[in-house]
Design a binder for this molecule. Structure first.
Ligand code: ATP
Length: 235
């Protein structure tokens, strides 16, 4: 079984169908999730991260059933949501301490994590209150919080948003290092060039289902053009 197996997810928000039997799997690779606005990407990530439950379907993280053994699965997952939440009156360091205590780990003993935070130029800001952080600094802290517990499957929703160019380049290196450590990265993004550059494979989500999956990530542009022909802008 692969590190992440997502099987036939169905999710309705009231009468709005968000996922209509969505399935994919990924294993020790960087896997892109691409699709137009409202296709179901965030809903998929929210289900895998345990924030919401699907109406039907299931998923497995390192063979652990993410619905039946939610807490166990959650420990193996790292999530960078599109809009991370912070307590603004805590410093970056206090935030890391707070979340680490919930996971019973000591982040400050993790030299690789500290190196990555150094690479992203986050370390000098750890004594500052998060409320005073710039957008990019908040994003860097959220990235650190998505990997500080050494998860097997890492879900990143638009990780490059708000990052300056050197940090974007560093983050690409971090992604490769994570992959080399055997981690599975799921990257949800609208940046197709990025998917072409960093992803091993990608899937195109349309209307709550995966309609294409493959290694030829250049194909994604074609799929978007086809989608626009079917659904002209403004409709
Ligand atoms: P985007 O690229 O714009 O972030 P997305 O692919 O992440 O979109 P989702 O946010 O998963 O898409 O939304 C899928 C569908 O579910 C859309 O029709 C959206 O309007 C609907 N939806 C999402 N969240 C809710 C909610 N909390 N309540 C009602 N409908 C929702």
């Amino acid at each position: 079984m692969k590190k992440l197996e997502v099987k036939s997810l169905i999710k309705n928000y009231g009468k709005i169908p968000a996922l209509k039997g969505l399935s994919f799997s990924a294993d020790g690779e960087i896997f892109g999730l691409v699709g137009p606005n409202g296709a179901g990407k965030t809903t998929t990530l929210n289900i895998i991260s345990g924030i919401i439950l699907p109406d039907a379907g299931e998923f497995f993280v390192s063979e652990i059933n993410g619905i039946k053994e939610k807490i166990k699965a959650k420990k193996l997952i790292g999530y960078l949501p599109e809009e991370p939440f912070f307590f603004d009156y805590l410093t970056g360091e206090e935030t890391l301490n707070f979340v680490s205590s919930a996971y019973k780990i000591e982040w400050e003993k993790d030299d690789l994590l500290k190196k990555w935070m150094e690479d992203l130029q986050l370390m000098p800001y750890l004594k500052n209150m998060v409320g005073n952080y710039s957008h990019g600094m908040r994003q860097k802290l959220a990235i650190a919080l998505s990997i500080f517990h050494n998860p097997e499957v890492i879900l990143w929703d638009e990780p490059f948003i708000g990052l300056d160019w050197p940090s974007q380049e560093k983050l690409k290196e971090i992604m490769k290092e994570l992959k080399n450590k055997g981690k599975t990265l799921i990257l949800s993004t609208h940046h197709l060039e990025l998917v072409e550059e960093v992803c091993d494979r990608a899937a195109f989500i349309l209307d709550g289902k995966i309609v294409w999956e493959g290694e030829d990530t250049e194909k994604l542009k074609e799929l978007f053009y086809d989608y626009l022909k079917e659904e002209p802008l403004g409709n």
